[in-house]
Write a protein that binds this ligand. Sequence first.
Ligand SMILES: Cc1cc2nc3c(=O)[nH]c(=O)nc-3n(C[C@H](O)[C@H](O)[C@H](O)COP(=O)(O)OP(=O)(O)OC[C@H]3O[C@@H](n4cnc5c(N)ncnc54)[C@H](O)[C@@H]3O)c2cc1C
Length: 294
Amino acid sequence: MTNRPAPSSPPRSRFAAILSENPDATIVAGATDVGLWVTKQMRRINPVIFIGHLTDLQSITEDETGITIGAGVSYTNAFDLLSDEIPALGRLIERIGGQQVRNVGTIGGNIANGSPIGDTPPALIALGAELTLRSHSGRRTLPLETFFIAYGKQDRLPGEFVEKILVPRPAEDAFYAVYKISKRRDEDISALCGAFHLTLDEEGKVETIRIAFGGMAGTPKRATHVEDALLGQPWSWGVISAVRDLFDADYQPLTDWRATAEYRSLTAKNLLTRFFLETAGAGQELVRFEMEEA
Ligand SMILES: Cc1cc2nc3c(=O)[nH]c(=O)nc-3n(C[C@H](O)[C@H](O)[C@H](O)COP(=O)(O)OP(=O)(O)OC[C@H]3O[C@@H](n4cnc5c(N)ncnc54)[C@H](O)[C@@H]3O)c2cc1C
């Protein structure tokens, strides 16, 4: 049994046709990930389908629903619009790789590679982004978070490719922040990356909240235990301090050479605290708290 929606009407795409005939081919967009498979791991990646020149995948448009980013849009080409419309995403892009990587690396590649430490997936999941996959037989659209099934496993069938990502624009009164934690500011992969998207009702209670992290699990993943505990509660230090530890129910991170599991767990909690302090406003009671030992 599968709950995948039925593909919509068949598109005409030479890329889709070639991919359907060569479902095991390696798709190459900016090659900032794939290039390392060859130069560092000596992997053979033939046959290759290069898509870096496909203009159909390189449009970035906006309407009342949000911003639609073609899978082949580079970070550099996405930067101006995203910075204007969703400034926190612009600031995140400035932290991805260096200028050379941003000039050719694509948002579609960052999603399709399925890395648990890719920077855009948690940021886009927190916004409620939708992914459109395309194949020779049609298209299907799914919430981005469901694309990541398990470490190294994505919901992409043979012959399918990532076509575009719809990024809903946050409401005007919403709070949205992305925090990338890495050892260097530039040219460094995240130890963890947390994104928070909050709306409050008229009484200052949590109306909606989406929290997603990279670097905390085998996939980019929402913190549903923390979200559920916050829903309907006052956006107050008392509530935040009570729910912080629920991150331990959402995530059991690993230790690797970027960070220890303990560091990741504590930092996720502290990023919630930071988001609270940055959004609580002048009317909130000032908070003093002791940092726990990392
Ligand atoms: C020096 C350096 C620094 C980096 N810094 C960061 C960083 O700070 N943050 C970060 O998140 N990443 C970073 N990366 C990783 C990389 O740049 C990103 O993941 C980038 O977005 C990959 O995009 P690409 O177009 O180069 O993908 P490619 O390397 O071309 O492809 C990546 C994967 O996606 C698949 N793919 C690509 N496009 C499609 C498509 N349309 N449909 C289906 N599959 C597709 C490929 O087959 C491959 O599996 C860095 C890489 C380097 C080399």
